[in-house]
Design a protein around this ligand. Structure first.
Ligand SMILES: Nc1ncnc2c1ncn2[C@@H]1O[C@H](COP(=O)(O)OP(=O)(O)OP(=O)(O)O)[C@@H](O)[C@H]1O
Ligand SMILES: [Mg+2]
Length: 440
């Protein structure tokens, strides 16, 4: 299912509440932005077409009522939904009762939230799923190949965020295309002419990362022989991609938080900070939330980064794209290896589709590349690596007898070699006679 049209902005200083509401809205296929303060919220409002504001009232610094007034003045068409602990104490009860605002009282159920959101949203945006023409479905978008629902949803998200500067956190298993998504956001967006700087936080030694990212002043530390700009400055006006953000040491995390909060960068050894406009896209294949719980990743930074959350799906969850992806890689490498006519047999494609791809798209790409090298004009199952033919059996809860397992295994191997007994016997490392006996 595609995302619904509405973009919802959630504002609450309570991170857990932000997360909870976002999750519930996500389940209903709404797209949402999160802000932990009014200042952040206004920033998001300026650059995004928001269809509904959901805000807490009691927040340190500028409160929710101020935000509501601001929205009424600057974005009068945006409906507002207030989340409140104590409607009477908040003093906003009068306003709410006047009918100008809808509100929802904490704690609320999923159903209550859903009901309030649907009531608040203008009819136009309510249930209309964003329409993509059924014919002519795009299969490549900025290098992202696929036309499954999962990939469509991914592209839909990129489309929504590409023209603003909201911070994006991309999470997904290794090889699922996180970097590809980061690049797509940049190169499809309005700031594409400005730099895209990719920084692999895991590949730069900890003691250097801070200096590389933020720059330094001459004499700031031994070895700092000259003034130096950091990656942030280099990315000014464009996008900085912080890959493997989970590996960033706490010192760097603290500085990053400042950049996000103040929108300024201070070089090491310098007092004066400089304003900077840069979109931050971060990626991780680790569980940041778990790291937050263990204390190795700053909670406040996690939420600042996670304004928009994009998850790249594992390949096993969009297997319908395998054949498309495989053919795409075939074309990509066929020229390189001077085999322009090379094709897959149907059997080979089926085998690719059956496999579970723990290494995701990257693994598929490697397998195709290797198969091209191994083949002349056709890639058949023989040219595919053995691990595709005999995938490690999944543990099942049903207890089977050894005999049963043996039988199933033999039949599977037989099927994989088109019932060729000689080949099957070879793979099973038994002689043909034994195999024939067992088959009986
Ligand atoms: N949907 C896709 N369409 C086409 N190519 C893809 C797709 N997803 C991934 N790839 C390709 O797979 C390879 C791995 O992608 P990428 O480097 O973006 O993954 P990653 O999620 O950053 O992995 P890691 O966590 O290991 O860094 C790249 O060559 C990329 O072009
Ligand atoms: Mg990567």
């Amino acid at each position: 299912m595609m995302l619904k049209k509405a973009n919802i902005l959630i504002v609450d200083d309570d991170y857990d509440m932000l997360e909870l509401i976002q999750r519930q809205l996500q389940e209903q296929n709404f797209h949402s932005y999160k802000a932990a303060s009014v200042v952040e919220a206004i920033d998001i409002l300026k650059f995004n077409a928001i269809d509904l504001l959901i805000t807490d009232l009691q927040m340190p610094g500028i409160g929710g009522m101020e935000l509501i007034k601001y929205v009424e003045e600057h974005f009068p068409k945006v409906p507002k939904l207030v989340i409140t602990g104590y409607p009477s104490i908040d003093g906003a009860l009068k306003v709410m009762k006047s009918g100008a605002l809808d509100y929802i009282v904490k704690p609320f159920t999923v159903e209550e939230l859903k009901h309030s959101v649907e009531k608040s949203l203008p009819k136009r945006t309510q249930n209309s799923e964003s329409k993509t023409p059924p014919t002519n479905k795009p299969t490549v978008y900025a290098g992202i190949v696929g036309n499954s629902e999962k990939i469509e949803k991914l592209i839909d998200l990129i489309e929504r965020v590409k023209n603003n500067r909201a911070t994006v956190l991309i999470q997904g298993e290794s090889g699922t295309g996180k970097e590809l998504v980061a690049r797509a956001i940049h190169y499809k967006g309005s700031f594409a002419a400005n730099p895209f700087i990719a920084v692999n936080c895991g590949a730069i030694p900890e003691e250097l990362l801070e200096a590389e990212l933020f720059g330094y002043k001459k004499g700031a530390f031994t070895g700092a022989n000259e003034n130096r700009e950091g990656f942030f400055q280099a990315a000014a006006g464009g996008t900085i991609f912080l890959d493997e953000i989970g590996t960033a040491p706490l010192t760097v995390q603290t500085r990053l938080l400042r950049v996000l909060q103040e929108k300024e960068v201070r070089r090491i050894g310098e007092q004066k900070a400089r304003k900077i406009e840069v979109r931050i896209v971060a990626a991780t294949n680790g569980d940041l939330q778990q790291m937050v719980k263990k204390g190795s990743f700053r909670k406040d930074l996690y939420y600042r980064l996670n304004v928009v959350n994009i998850e790249t799906p594992p390949l096993r969850e969009h297997k319908s794209d395998i054949s498309l992806l495989a053919k795409n890689f075939l074309r990509k490498y066929a020229g390189e290896y001077a085999k322009p006519k090379i094709e897959f047999t149907n059997k080979a494609l089926e085998m690719l589709e059956r496999y579970n791809w723990p290494g995701n798209v990257r693994e598929l790409e490697n397998v195709v590349q290797r198969a091209i090298i191994m083949s002349e004009n056709k890639i058949d199952i023989e040219q595919l690596p053995d691990f595709l033919k005999y995938p490690s059996p999944k543990l099942t809860s049903t207890s089977k007898s050894l005999q049963q397992v043996e039988k199933e295994h033999i039949l599977k191997i037989m099927a994989s070699v088109d019932n060729n007994k000689t080949k099957a016997a070879e793979i099973l490392q038994i002689d043909r006679k034994t195999l024939r006996k067992k088959l009986k």
